[in-house]
Design a protein around this ligand. Structure first.
Ligand code: NAD
Length: 241
């Protein structure tokens, strides 16, 4: 299996790349900072820049000798209510979280269409489906990812390209490490984030990677247009505390 993962040099992307490579896949990690350990192939790319994405996808597909799976995982966070961010910040986040998926998918599809087992997996978020405080911009970008996943899945039925997404809860990655570092009381913030999840703990990057690997595999041959929650029950469960 030949795989491209955007944002593949950290967190969920790196965990997915490592898992798939361990299963025998050839994996290219497209990232702003593409330092990844062998046998992973690092390719520099900025998903906010169309030229960069086209060059990186072409280079990766050539080095891998084709492409079966695209994992659109690169993303950035943003805090604030609908009033808190200027237009430029809204544009910056959508450039990466939404238009990044558009650009990378557009560049990858000519290669994916030649695969007999083509699949796209997008990293969405529980923020697409529940109302979280202070996350208007981030949540709306992930809501767009969910809608885009379903729209692309429909359009690509005829090409045999399956398209799905994962909706992680709060995942223990360098991203959340940065969030905690910025909090007034990092230890209390970590406890609060863990308590928000019905399982009482953060999700691990490996647990999200396993879900992405499933959706990318032929075992999910009948699965398209769906979102798989990997959120410790955050979306569906209402336990009494
Ligand atoms: P992370 O910060 O550990 O990794 C993100 C990677 O994306 C980094 O290597 C970064 O360099 C890369 N990246 C950022 N902007 C890029 C760009 N313009 N072009 C190319 N690469 C770029 O974060 P993570 O927690 O692993 O998050 C990965 C995805 O998971 C994101 O889409 C995020 O929205 C989503 N997600 C994360 C959480 C969480 O709690 N960590 C929860 C739900 C969804």
């Amino acid at each position: 299996m030949k795989v491209i993962i955007t944002g593949g040099a950290s967190g969920i992307g790196l965990a997915t790349a490592t898992l798939l490579a361990g299963q025998g896949a050839q994996v290219a990690c497209l990232d702003l900072e593409p330092g990844v350990p062998a046998p992973l192939v690092g390719v520099k790319a900025d998903v906010a820049d169309d030229e960069s994405v086209r060059a990186a996808v072409e280079s990766a597909a050539e080095r891998l000798g084709g492409l079966d799976v695209l994992v659109n995982n690169a993303g950035i966070g943003a805090a604030g209510t609908v009033e808190d961010n200027p237009d430029d910040e809204w544009r910056r986040v959508f450039e990466v979280n939404v238009f990044g998926i558009v650009r990378t998918t557009r560049a990858a599809l000519p290669y994916l269409r030649r695969s007999a087992r083509a699949a796209i997996v997008n990293t969405c978020s529980v923020a697409a489906v529940v109302g979280l405080p202070d996350r208007a911009l981030y949540s709306s970008s992930k809501g767009a990812v969910l809608a885009l996943t379903r729209a692309m899945a429909t359009d690509l039925l005829a090409d045999g390209v399956r398209v799905n997404c994962v909706n992680p809860g709060t995942v223990d990655t360098p991203w959340v490490g940065r969030l905690l570092d910025a909090a007034a009381d990092p230890a209390a913030e970590r406890v609060a984030l863990a308590a928000r999840q019905p399982t009482g703990r953060l999700v691990t990057a490996d647990e999200v990677a396993a879900a992405i690997a499933y959706l990318a595999s032929p075992a999910a041959g009948a699965v398209t247009g769906t979102s798989l929650a990997v959120d410790g029950g955050m979306h569906d469960l209402r336990p009494r505390r």
